[in-house]
Design a protein around this ligand. Structure first.
Ligand SMILES: NC(=O)c1ccc[n+]([C@@H]2O[C@H](COP(=O)([O-])OP(=O)(O)OC[C@H]3O[C@@H](n4cnc5c(N)ncnc54)[C@H](OP(=O)(O)O)[C@@H]3O)[C@@H](O)[C@H]2O)c1
Length: 183
């Protein structure tokens, strides 16, 4: 009973959060934090089903001693760069928790581990990064704008990277070098 009373008074009690890219890394840490504040969670991933399932199981088992045994976290596979998958993500949140989601944290992201320079980035590499990091942010935000619960303090949080700035600086440096070379 004491545990229930505590859970009910947590700041995000009764709220549902969708965290994209929550199977690992920063998204996983954000999901755990939101759960610690009382939110129910949709843990999104693209391919790491076992990591997402383990996280959902851990969060559900921690909550299992309460009277309410319904899940507090589900893992949902969805590619944020695909409109149909993003819709499905919000559908699953509503079906599982019987309410529109209240919070979207878009943390899904890819970074080419080869760190190619701008000059050596292929169109395919650019498209992969753009589709997840930029189009994915657009699609998840658009779905959230249409479907987050209204009038109850919903939130949209986007996670980006300082690499964006670094790429811009690289581009400027490359242009400067080319200009110096021409002069
Ligand atoms: N790590 C850093 O130092 C750092 C610093 C500043 C900002 N950031 C930003 O924070 C965000 C997360 O970074 P991270 O280092 O935590 O990444 P990470 O550990 O590589 O995890 C990436 C997450 O995104 C998911 N994902 C990838 N493609 C996806 C797609 N198409 N649809 C749905 N989910 C997808 C992955 O799912 P799977 O596991 O299924 O592939 C995984 O859960 C990125 O936007 C990154 O730019 C990172």
């Amino acid at each position: 009973m004491a545990a229930n009373t505590t859970a009910a008074t947590l700041p995000l009690s009764g709220r549902v959060a969708i965290v994209t890219g929550a199977s690992r890394g920063i998204g996983r840490a954000i999901a755990i934090h939101l759960r610690s504040l009382g939110a129910k969670l949709v843990i999104n991933y693209a391919s790491s089903s076992s990591q997402a399932d383990v996280l959902a199981s851990e969060l559900n088992s921690k909550a299992a001693d309460s009277i309410d045994t319904s899940p507090v976290a589900i893992a949902v596979k969805a590619d944020v760069s695909t409109p149909e998958d993003v819709k499905l993500l919000f559908d699953r949140a509503e079906q599982e928790f019987n309410t529109p989601a209240h919070i979207l944290v878009n943390c899904a992201g890819v970074l080419d581990p080869k760190y190619p320079t701008l000059a050596n980035t292929t169109v395919e590499e650019w498209e992969t990064t753009f589709n997840v990091n930029t189009k994915g942010a657009f699609l998840t935000c658009r779905e959230a704008a249409n479907r987050l619960a209204r009038g109850v303090g919903g939130r949209i949080v986007l996670i980006s990277s300082s690499n964006v700035g670094r790429r811009c600086r690289d581009t400027v440096r490359t242009r400067r070098r080319k200009l110096q070379w021409r002069q």
